[in-house]
Design a protein around this ligand. Structure first.
Ligand code: AMP
Length: 249
């Protein structure tokens, strides 16, 4: 069984994100970038399938500028076998990513595609669903447990009312939620070994995908600063402030 995993290079989740002075986006120059955390979980799940003897090959794909190679190398150091970089300087929207992934799926014929439930930069949570629609494949999104059984895959999903289990036939799309697993750290020997693993570079044009933006960003602003809180001495002072300052009672 072949597994494909989509990994996005995003601003590291520990970084305090800053808006550019011209309000056109967020600053990325000299900012630490890392693999999207949900994609690390997706890579981990694919590698566990390989370690269990279920998957035979794990292929990772990342789209964006040349530096996405680093993200792919991280996944290779975790244990993936091979990487594909779809190189472009364009800002890719979920539909373009899904269309390119469809082209890669048609070329690679994987039995499962893992994606993160969302990328923490755009917070779109759309790509896996769009890919499933384009391929007309079953999808298990927000997965907190994945089990292969009876030639298909059972996916436990975190939904508002509790946990829902879906049985999908293969090939299928699965998007990972936070509680699916705890991704491993790559060891130094594996980081060295990953440098020798195959990494192919292609472009969106190889799949005939037009990456022009469909959505125009008008302005990016920082959220309003929170005001400092105050301590009151008595309940009557609190009620007074709620009534006459906050005007909420
Ligand atoms: P999104 O729909 O943008 O929130 O992204 C959901 C998932 O799609 C991510 O967690 C990745 O697995 C995948 N994805 C999105 N953009 C890219 C990209 N540029 N390269 C590789 N995978 C991506």
């Amino acid at each position: 069984m072949k597994v494909l995993v989509a990994v996005k290079r995003v601003i590291d989740y520990n970084v305090n994100v800053r808006v550019k002075p011209d309000n056109t986006g967020v600053a990325t120059a000299n900012v630490k970038m890392s693999m999207n955390p949900f994609d690390e979980i997706a890579v981990e799940e694919a590698i566990r399938l390989k370690e269990a003897g279920t998957a035979t090959e794990v292929v990772v794909v990342s789209m964006g500028e040349k530096k996405c190679q680093e993200t792919i190398r991280t996944a290779l150091a975790m244990g993936a076998d091979r990487g594909i970089l779809v190189e472009t300087d364009d800002e890719l929207e979920p539909l373009a990513v899904a269309k390119i992934l469809k082209g890669i799926v048609e070329k690679e014929s994987p039995d499962m595609v893992f994606l993160g439930k969302q990328a923490i930069d755009g917070d779109n949570a759309q790509t896996g669903q769009m890919l499933a629609a384009l391929l007309d494949w079953p999808q298990g999104t927000f997965a907190s447990k994945v089990e292969l059984a009876d030639g298909g895959v059972n996916v436990k999903r975190e939904v508002d009312g509790g946990l829902q289990t879906l049985k999908l036939s293969l090939p299928a799309i699965v998007t990972s939620d936070l509680r699916l697993n705890e991704p491993r750290y790559a060891s130094l020997p594996n980081i060295m070994k990953a440098k020798k693993k195959p990494l192919e570079t292609v472009t969106p044009a190889d799949f005939g995908v037009d990456t022009a933006a469909r959505v125009k960003v008008l302005k990016v602003e920082e959220p309003a600063k929170r005001q400092a809180g105050i301590k009151v001495e008595t309940v009557s002072e609190l009620v007074d402030k709620l009534k006459f300052e906050a005007k909420v009672v």
